[in-house]
Design a protein around this ligand. Structure first.
Ligand SMILES: *[C@@H]1O[C@H](CO)[C@@H](O)[C@H](O)[C@H]1NC(C)=O
Ligand SMILES: *[C@@H]1O[C@H](CO)[C@@H](O)[C@H](O)[C@H]1NC(C)=O
Length: 177
């Protein structure tokens, strides 16, 4: 009786260390396959519109509408340990007060390798405004396309697939008609 129990214990301890070793091997092997995909990101136009702030009807709030164009082949990021990709477009700028900001203005989850060739033209999905409520005197911003690779096993890895070649200026504010 005692020996059966201890044999089961030994076996399950052995199996769980095998499992741990296997998981560690999978997690490590995905580092060996870290691809560096290169894409293109172009900002086709930016419009800044003044509107009433949502909660304070007398206060004006600038909103930026960024039209962009992405081409990126992210298929190399899909291997046996890739569960999905989280892809996002970030605006990087320092506002008129000099505060650095990184704002996510668009994102997409890619679950299948077949969908990992990204060709997209459109505009920001999330509202883009500055905490100071204006884009006046804000220096030009850089835009970058970043991704997180979510694995089945192991750590999340992050990378950048594209970036604007030069900073893009915010145009003067228009008032909404
Ligand atoms: C998107 O960018 C590609 C190259 O990066 C360009 O060939 C294409 O014309 C652009 N499309 C639009 C709608 O701007
Ligand atoms: C934008 O990129 C350029 C070139 O890499 C850099 O010199 C500049 O500081 C960046 N601007 C911002 C606001 O991050």
């Amino acid at each position: 009786m005692h020996s059966i129990v201890s044999r089961i214990n030994n076996t399950s301890a052995f199996l769980s260390s095998c499992l741990m070793a296997l998981l560690a091997a999978i997690a490590l092997s995905s580092f060996a396959f870290t691809a560096q995909p290169q894409g293109d990101l172009a900002i086709s136009s930016i419009k800044v519109v003044s509107s009433n702030a949502r909660r304070y009807p007398n206060k004006k709030q600038d909103m930026a509408f960024v039209h962009f164009n992405i081409t990126a082949d992210l298929t190399p990021l899909f291997h046996w340990n890739t569960k999905q990709l989280f892809l996002y477009l970030e605006a990087e700028y320092a506002n008129a007060q000099g505060v650095k900001n990184e704002v996510v203005i668009w994102d997409r989850i890619v679950r299948r390798k077949e969908d990992a060739f990204i060709k997209f033209a459109g505009k920001n999905k999330y509202m883009f405004r500055d905490i100071s409520s204006s884009f006046k005197n804000v220096p030009p911003a850089n835009y970058s396309l970043k991704y997180n690779v979510m694995p089945y096993v192991g750590m999340l890895t992050t990378g950048e697939a594209a970036r604007t070649s030069e900073p893009v200026a915010f145009p003067p504010t228009q008032s909404r008609l």
